[in-house]
Design a protein around this ligand. Structure first.
Ligand SMILES: NC(=O)c1ccc[n+]([C@@H]2O[C@H](COP(=O)([O-])OP(=O)(O)OC[C@H]3O[C@@H](n4cnc5c(N)ncnc54)[C@H](O)[C@@H]3O)[C@@H](O)[C@H]2O)c1
Length: 410
């Protein structure tokens, strides 16, 4: 298989994973260009990825007609339409960050543009590529569970992750970015649809913002955590961003080495230092979505901010067996009716770039195979990826209607 030329558009947290994959596996991907407009990230790009041409404006990149096999569009949700369509119109296939867009009509415009320009768009539904879900999918496809009738999945976001991304960070406001069910759970909608192997025909959803709002502000708290006298707040930014679990998120406000001293210094006065009860956030902190599939099959998904750890659990109920597992454990059980309980362990030790329980790494491996014309597990294009987005937009509409059933139509 030959080396493929990669362009990274948006060198943020996600773009760096794709750039780092190319840096780690230069025989697979050659990073030919980076497009990034934040001055500190531009400087970082020049130092870290010296072989790539660096552009601060994508229009300058387009003028140079640089040859590339794939452009990874990893800018923010609301910019995907402009950036994805501009790249496709100029002849590039895309690895497009999820969500396709934060707006339903824009998602459909991107889909139509991919057909108009005859361009391939692979959406970064990274969970599909994890050893956990891809092994679950193989078990389902083998028929060992019989016919799948019901799926129950939950996503426990983690209190510190919710505070970082969905209260203080880029995805806190549904109009400026995306509603939670799209931003966070379009992965889950994609996985549920993938494992069910059927199109979803209607959804109902309930949920709201329960905790992270002004009504719950502790007495005497200040606007920013750095000078707040409240001692027992579990959401204190200085504690979260210096903890083992939270320190990685500090890359959203500092490009310096993530030492405690650098993090505490660069945190002061940023949005990430703000009180979680005064952050102008509106996305939900809990939501339940019920899905109705063809042939009367059903699924249910629960998203909650309120967990100590970040984890997703899954139960797939078939006519001959049930499958139960937690992706973060990399294990699941298949409980055969009237028979044995099979314990399955998956191995993610090869995944040395990115996160998502190996999903980022294996997605890049599958992308590499696909670009070389080989069959690759999990790879799908916009015609399938759009389904998870229509399910998410439908769920949000239902939630805002108080739980009314909403039909899903492509
Ligand atoms: N696949 C996943 O699991 C996953 C996980 C997290 C985030 N995401 C998605 O990935 C995307 C990026 O998220 P992130 O966390 O890396 O955010 P980020 O804010 O760290 O990165 C976005 C980058 O794009 C750059 N940028 C913005 N406008 C630009 C422009 N016009 N020209 C050049 N550069 C520009 C920004 O300066 C920034 O460096 C979002 O759509 C997000 O929802 C996907």
């Amino acid at each position: 298989m030959g080396t493929k030329k990669l362009v990274v558009f948006g060198l943020g947290a996600r773009g760096r994973i794709y750039a780092n994959f190319a840096k780690t596996y230069p025989q697979k991907f050659e990073l030919v260009a980076i497009i990034e407009n934040a001055p500190d990230r531009l400087e970082f790009a020049k130092k870290e990825y010296s072989g790539a041409k660096i552009f601060s404006d994508y229009k300058d990149f387009l003028k140079e007609n640089i040859e590339a096999d794939i452009v990874a569009v990893a800018t923010q949700d609301k910019d995907h339409k402009e950036h994805a369509i501009a790249m496709m119109a100029n002849g590039y296939d895309l690895l497009l960050e999820k969500p396709i867009s934060n707006d339903e009509n824009d998602c459909l415009e991107i889909y139509n543009a991919s057909k108009k320009y005859d361009k391939k768009v692979i959406v970064c539904h990274v969970l599909r590529y994890t050893p956990f879900y891809s092994t679950v999918k193989k078990y389902i496809d083998s028929g060992k569970l019989g016919e799948v009738v019901t799926i129950h999945a939950s996503e426990s976001v983690g209190y510190y992750h919710q505070a970082h991304s969905f209260v203080r960070g880029p995805w806190k406001n549904s109009k400026e970015s995306s509603p939670m069910i799209l931003a966070k759970c379009c992965h889950d909608m994609d996985i549920i649809r993938y494992l069910m192997g059927e199109e979803c025909i209607s959804v109902s959803s309930y949920g709201g913002l329960f905790h992270f709002k002004n009504d719950n502000t502790p007495k005497n708290s200040t606007e920013y955590c750095h000078d707040c006298p409240v001692k027992d707040c579990v959401y204190k930014a200085q504690t979260i961003y210096t903890s083992n679990e939270g320190i990685g998120f500090a890359q959203y406000f500092t490009m310096r080495e993530l030492t405690k001293e650098n993090v505490l210094e660069d945190l002061v006065g940023t949005d990430y230092d703000k009180c979680v009860y005064k952050s102008n956030n509106d996305v939900v902190d809990h939501q339940v979505t019920v899905m109705n599939f063809a042939n009367g099959k059903t699924a249910c998904h629960t998203m909650t901010a309120f967990s100590r750890q970040i984890y997703r659990d899954l139960k797939v109920h078939g006519t001959k067996a049930e499958l139960v597992g937690v992706i973060e454990d990399n294990t699941f059980e298949v409980r055969y009716f009237g028979g044995e309980v099979e314990k399955v362990k998956v191995d993610i030790s090869r995944a040395n770039v990115g996160g998502h329980m190996g999903g980022d790494f294996y997605m890049m491996e599958s992308l590499y195979k696909t670009l070389n014309g080989e069959k690759a597990d999990g790879i799908t294009f916009l015609d399938v990826s759009i389904d998870s987005h229509l399910m998410s937009f439908g769920a949000e509409r239902s939630r805002l209607l108080g739980g009314n059933s909403v039909e899903i139509k492509k």
